[in-house]
Ligand binder design. Structure first.
Ligand code: CA
Length: 236
């Protein structure tokens, strides 16, 4: 890596801030950190970081307002740091345009994986080539988006149109959580009833077709109360 990737950390708990800074610095990221929303916003405009790690409970402003403001002019990747119990807040953050979230307390490996995923996605978006010409591949499961074909260890799996759309959406955002409402509005449009039943039924069918044990899925993971996360694409 010739120029370091810069990560802005907006977190008012100094112990967490120190831990994250140490971890990211050890992985050769450049870390800027602040404990206030006001400074965070000014660093975003002055330094153009590559990724923002954002605590939602800040002393001077709600982190959700930072997401709103930043999203009005930038697609800069934002990962929200949130308490494990606050599902509603996480969903709101994701629907406002945050790219992912991590729950406190979190493991180092988990945090680094989230950071790598958003960087990878933003690199893809910055190239001019069509986003998903290349198939998705992980643990023997392959999705060829152009051919509309899903195979597991080479065996074609029959999916309905809707099921294929759902799994394609998740695969094209693999490694990141996608909220129930994002999936529903992408697949069925913005006017469908905002209840998850239709999605849950389809997901149960998809899992029955692709998972060896649908109760312990290995491809599409459930983030309870939030949405689904497809395991990260193995191909580079
Ligand atoms: Ca806080």
């Amino acid at each position: 890596m010739n120029s370091k990737i810069t990560i802005l950390l907006i977190e008012d708990e100094s112990s967490i801030s120190k831990l994250i800074t140490k971890l990211l610095t050890s992985q050769n990221y450049k870390v800027l950190s602040t404990s206030t929303a006001k400074d965070g916003l000014s660093i975003i405009t002055s330094h153009c970081p590559d990724v923002v790690l954002l605590d939602l409970g800040l002393p001077d402003m709600d982190g959700l307002d930072i997401i709103r403001q930043v999203r009005s002019w930038s697609s800069l990747p934002i990962i929200v740091i949130s308490a494990r119990t606050q599902e509603k807040e996480k969903v709101l953050a994701l629907d406002l345009g945050a790219d992912d979230y991590i729950s406190k307390p979190f493991g180092n490996a988990e945090l680094l994986a989230r950071v790598r995923t958003v960087i990878r996605h933003s690199n893809k978006l910055n190239t001019n080539t069509p986003l998903y010409k290349r198939p998705y591949y992980a643990k023997g499961l392959k999705i060829d988006f152009e051919k509309h074909l899903l195979t597991i260890n080479g065996e074609p799996i029959h999916l309905t149109q809707i099921e294929f759309k759902i799994i394609s959406l998740l695969a094209q955002n693999s490694g990141s959580v996608i909220t129930y409402s994002t999936i529903i509005s992408n697949i069925w449009g913005p006017y469908v009833d905002d209840n998850n039943r239709i999605l849950r039924v389809n997901m149960a069918n998809i899992r029955r077709k692709i998972e060896a044990n649908p109760a312990e899925p290995q491809y599409i993971l459930t983030e309870v109360g939030i949405g689904y996360r497809m395991i990260e694409d193995e191909a580079e």
